[in-house]
Design a protein around this ligand. Structure first.
Ligand SMILES: [Zn+2]
Length: 283
């Protein structure tokens, strides 16, 4: 039996909240959304009291919190300074996580930086091991969650994440379906391919993965090098999330869906409406 419930929410605060914290959570409640990925994509710039306020409001409103760490994490960088700063960003995120009620710190490992993927893998793995050894306890149960990358030149294929999450403590993947689709040049777009991905992670990581599934969803425009820009869901841009939601319902998985569409709130509402509709049809 899978515990918990399927959750939906936006990446970042709803625009209408105008950065007013109480409005953020009110808007989510009114929209019947129950997850939020705090966007620390330009670095964690808030103080501890603000972080605590977020955690309290999230708890009060039953909003499941995750955090997207800075874009410029680059764990395999050839520049020592950049590598150190990247590790420190993850350490700071672990320190802030319990204050904010955050259970998952999503991050991009960064580019291969001229290394071959195998060398880059070792550097990334060692960095994650080091961060966890130093600061894993600070997160009070929060995990580090490397994300599938949309660019072919970035660390974050399915194989790399399976291996990384198998060989390090405190990690579980975030599956960004739009990134996978862009990276695979339009594959991973139907039930069979979605199920293959999920079974691959489940086979390697077991219950830990199933009990804590975290998805990013969006439409996406891509080139031969991978992702170019995020697009709305349900329009002319793939991937098709209808078979993804069908798969989730059929198998009984309970993921959290975070929308990264240009208007993230709208994307989250779209996915939730789709889920509710398909769930009803099943009954
Ligand atoms: Zn993403």
């Amino acid at each position: 039996m899978v515990l918990g419930k399927t959750r939906f929410g936006p990446a970042g605060y709803p625009e209408a909240a105008k950065n007013k914290l109480t409005s953020v959570f009110q808007i989510l409640n009114e929209a019947h959304l129950n997850a939020l990925e705090y966007a620390a994509v330009y670095g964690l710039k808030l103080g501890e009291s603000r972080a605590r306020e977020i955690g309290e409001l999230a708890g009060k409103h039953d909003i499941h919190m995750s955090m997207h760490a800075a874009y410029y994490v680059s764990l395999a960088s050839r520049d020592d300074d950049v590598r150190e700063r990247s590790k420190n960003r993850l350490i700071k995120a672990l320190h802030f996580a319990p204050l904010m009620g955050v259970k998952r710190i999503v991050f991009h490992a960064g580019g291969y930086s001229g290394l071959n993927p195998k060398e880059a893998y070792n550097v990334v793995r060692d960095a994650v091991l080091e961060v966890w050894e130093k600061a894993g306890h600070l997160g009070e149960g929060a995990i580090l969650s490397p994300e599938t990358a949309g660019k072919l030149g970035a660390f974050g294929s399915i194989d790399e994440l399976v291996k990384l999450c198998s060989e390090t403590e405190g990690t579980l993947p975030t599956i960004d379906w739009a990134h996978l689709y862009a990276r695979n040049q339009g594959d991973t777009n139907d039930k069979d391919s979605y199920l293959r991905v999920l079974e691959r992670f489940e086979g390697a990581l077991g219950r830990r993965f199933v009990d804590s599934m975290h998805f990013h969803i969006s439409g996406i425009k891509y080139t031969l090098r991978g992702e170019e820009s995020h697009k709305p869901l349900g329009g002319r841009w793939g991937p098709d999330i209808v078979p993804l939601v069908e798969t989730v319902i059929e198998v009984g998985y309970k993921p959290t869906f975070i929308s990264e569409t240009p208007n993230p709130l709208r994307g989250a509402l779209y996915a939730k409406a789709l889920y509710d509709e398909l769930e009803k049809m099943k009954e």
